[in-house]
Design a protein around this ligand. Structure first.
Ligand code: HMG
Length: 392
């Protein structure tokens, strides 16, 4: 009864890897112009996981920091979004549930649709909270983007997790009701069960992304969503930041505009800072972009409408808007995230290649990983076909 409750993102924490690789070093190794990556792809550095890190350790790191600040009261659901699943049956979220000490009275499930599923998770969370506004939902997105050495996708690798506390009366972003969606069965990017790296039709994937985001945008408008000029900023899924600029121009043209490359770059700059330094983080990427915008914007965005444009190959896209909440700046974690990006150890190309080629046994053999990460949680190895995790 009465006014419908505002529901959305109350807190947002990111985590990334122990190591990094400069794309200048990657360009040097292949003897190509570094501007191909810094300008052509729009990436400077990629996050590289240590041998004792995975999607669970990054997700637990980000989630633990959310719980440190907010406690566990009211949390009854954890939705884990990933396309780098570690088990065909058990949700990676159940490992996180234990590592961060959540109570038994929390339901946990994993969602998959390439890079899109964290957006589905956020919308499902909003639905649960609309039914019972006393409940809170953890939405956790965690992924590692891996392509073959020497492949065209190699420069677009990366890794990160984004954990969000979704609740009524959120402190950061109210999620608005209007949402546009678009699904089309295409083979632009996929990873069959027997592979650890993805297969990709690079050029086809760019077309598929633009087509799907355009479709989601048009559906958003048909659903009564806001006009293009009503958005203070739009955060796009960023497989590489140049892709976001292509998508932004595409939507601007659909909306009747014709922005110059400089205008597009200026519109998106603040949304791309973290992604330029992390690389593709698949499900987490659009929420990394949201953190990047809010944490790099000098002025006050209170009351501003922000667009979120989510894409997952295969393919599903969704466009929706959110309104920035009063006092949001006190909830941001800009210093924490800058330190996390800064403290990664840069690998030289040889060390990166060794790490990339080191595939952990996947035939059920028992092994222990060497201690490498300084993160709060680590993947310790396999025993009796079970993954072992440790708290540092
Ligand atoms: P490529 O063949 O290495 O690059 O592949 P290219 O030759 O097309 O060059 C890229 C850009 O750099 C071009 O600009 C060049 O002109 C420019 P554009 O025409 O695009 O504007 N360039 C230079 N610029 C300045 N100085 C230079 C220079 N040289 C060239 N010297 C490709 C690029 C993206 C295909 C490759 O990286 C790839 O396959 N990546 C993986 C797939 C991908 O990220 N696709 C994105 C859309 S699909 C998606 O987002 C979903 C995804 O996240 C997964 C999921 O949903 O699960 C991937």
């Amino acid at each position: 009864s009465g006014k419908p409750v505002a529901i959305g993102i109350h807190d947002l924490a990111l985590a990334t890897s122990q190591h990094s690789l400069s794309l200048t070093d990657l360009a040097d190794h292949y003897g190509i112009d570094p501007a191909k990556f810094s300008v052509g792809i729009g990436q400077d550095v990629m996050s590289v996981l240590a041998g004792d890190e995975d999607i669970v350790t990054m997700a637990a790191d980000a989630t633990a920091r959310i719980l440190e600040r907010n406690g566990t009261d009211g949390i009854r659901t954890l939705l884990f979004a990933t396309e780098s699943g570690i088990d065909q049956s058990k949700s990676a979220g159940v490992y996180v549930h234990k590592l961060v000490g959540l109570p038994a009275t929390v339901r946990v499930v994993e969602l998959k649709q390439a890079c899109y599923s964290a957006t589905a998770a956020l919308q499902f969370a909003v639905g649960l909270i609309a039914r019972d506004p006393s409940q809170k939902v953890l939405v956790v997105a965690s992924d590692v983007a891996r392509y073959d050495l020497g492949s065209s996708g190699e420069s677009t690798q990366g890794a990160a997790a984004a954990a969000m506390l979704v609740q009524a009366d959120p402190a950061i972003l109210e999620v608005e009701n209007a949402a546009g969606v678009f699904t089309d069965d295409v083979m632009d990017f996929w990873r069959p069960n027997y592979r650890s790296t993805a297969l990709v039709d690079g050029k086809g994937s760019i077309k598929a992304y633009l087509n799907a985001i355009g479709g989601a945008w048009e559906d958003y408008r048909a659903q009564g969503g806001a006009a293009f000029e009503d958005f203070a900023a739009i955060c796009y899924h960023q497989p590489f930041t140049k892709m976001a600029t292509k998508a932004h121009r595409h939507l601007a043209v659909l909306a009747g505009g014709n922005p110059t490359p400089a205008e597009v770059a200026a519109d998106l700059d603040e949304t791309m800072r973290y992604n330029r330094l992390i690389g593709n983080s698949y499900t987490a990427s659009v929420y990394v972009a949201l953190a990047s915008l809010l944490e790099h914007h000098d002025g006050d965005l209170t009351g501003a409408r922000i667009g979120l444009a989510s894409y997952g190959s295969g393919s599903v896209a969704e466009f929706f808007g959110g309104v920035v909440q009063p006092g949001y700046r006190e909830r941001l974690r800009g210093a924490e995230h800058a330190a996390m990006i800064e403290r990664r150890t840069p690998l030289d190309h040889t060390a990166y290649e060794v790490l990339h080629k080191t595939t952990l046994p996947e035939d059920g053999r028992e092994y222990r990983t060497a201690r490498e990460t300084t993160a709060p949680f680590r993947f310790a190895g396999m025993q009796a076909h079970q993954r072992l995790y440790e708290t540092a």
